[in-house]
Design a protein. Structure first.
Length: 320
């Protein structure tokens, strides 16, 4: 039943909804593009960044069954001594309200959330992860065509933690079904490899540190399949312009921002819909105005009921 819990509870998870096809592995290098001066590297003292997003939903009803969601997403980045070196603590909180409807019958409203934290080292250590934690409460459909709202909708509540050894060759995950107050379930992963590995909870942030003009491949644990999996861009990122309206460090921004559009997928035998990401391009290495920030994100939800759309509404960048 553990995999069933994951499959349902990841309805809103930013990364763990994905599948993909193969690609050539690479060892990635990162730049501290989340600073105005991108050359600061490991000099990450006095880092504090918060980002806020509004979350909307484009519904795709299926045979009389539909969903309605709305919510908010917030991220926070602070510097922290991690495993004895310069590093970061990155936390996120996704809040979703919504309801399901079947053949004109509207279900009870729900309030769901995903809260995450991850600690990792700075760019000189290739953002090596040390540990992460996730807590999920999700109200999810069991199928695309439930027979009734009472039988076809289930609530999940669980936590999932991962800890890594110091040379990043092994990871231990701990899954706890919080709804059932169950005993922890642990699993050990062999992640030793010469290619880049990222924790699932740092991926959206870590992509800001890459040169997104080319295809990229790396590894992470896919908690749905409980395997170390490969992730890649479905194709080379494309240059695009994003119409953005958000508050940046107390000043309203209404600009068309040059960006990269990226389709990110997990490796798997049954490719699914990609997660589409829009990152601001670097404006200048020493005066990077928009800090390669994630401007927009489009996330298909389970049971193909539609797409969640994240839009940046407020950014308080580190003053450096």
């Amino acid at each position: 039943m553990k995999k069933l819990r994951f499959a349902g509870a990841l309805l809103f998870a930013p990364i763990t909804l994905l599948a993909a096809c193969g690609g050539v592995m690479t060892n990635l290098s990162f730049t501290s593009n989340w600073f105005a001066n991108t050359g600061l590297g490991d000099a990450n003292e006095q880092t504090h960044e918060t980002l806020e997003y509004t979350v909307g939903f484009d519904s795709t009803p299926r045979d009389g069954f539909s969903a309605d969601y709305s919510g908010s997403y917030r991220t926070e980045l602070v510097n922290k001594s991690v495993d004895g070196g310069a590093g970061y603590l990155y936390t996120t909180r996704l809040d979703i309200t919504g309801h399901y409807e079947l053949n004109g019958e509207k279900g009870e409203p729900f309030n769901d959330y995903i809260e995450t934290s991850v600690e990792f080292l700075s760019v000189g250590q290739r953002l090596r992860p040390v540990k992460s934690f996730k807590e999920v409460k999700s109200t999810s459909p069991l199928s695309m065509s439930p027979s009734s709202l009472s039988d076809g909708i289930v609530e999940y509540h669980y936590s999932y933690a991962v800890e890594y050894n110091s040379d990043l060759t092994e990871a231990v995950s701990t899954f706890i079904d919080l709804k059932e107050n169950a005993e922890p379930v642990k699993k050990t992963f062999d992640i030793e490899d010469s290619t880049t590995y990222l924790d699932n909870e740092q991926i959206l942030f870590a992509l800001r540190g890459l040169d997104l003009s080319a295809t990229t491949t790396f590894r992470s644990i896919n908690p749905v399949t409980e395997q170390v999996a490969k992730l890649r861009f479905a194709a080379a990122p494309t240059s695009t312009d994003v119409s953005a309206e958000f508050e940046m460090n107390g000043t309203q921004v209404s600009e068309t921002i040059a960006a990269y559009s990226v389709d990110l997928l997990y490796d798997g035998s049954n490719p699914g819909q990609p997660q589409k990401l829009f990152y601001a391009k670097k404006t200048d290495a020493s005066a990077n105005v928009y800090r390669n920030v994630l401007l927009r994100m489009e996330v298909p939800v389970l049971q193909t009921l539609g797409t969640l759309r994240y839009t940046l509404s407020k950014a308080d960048f580190a003053a450096k």
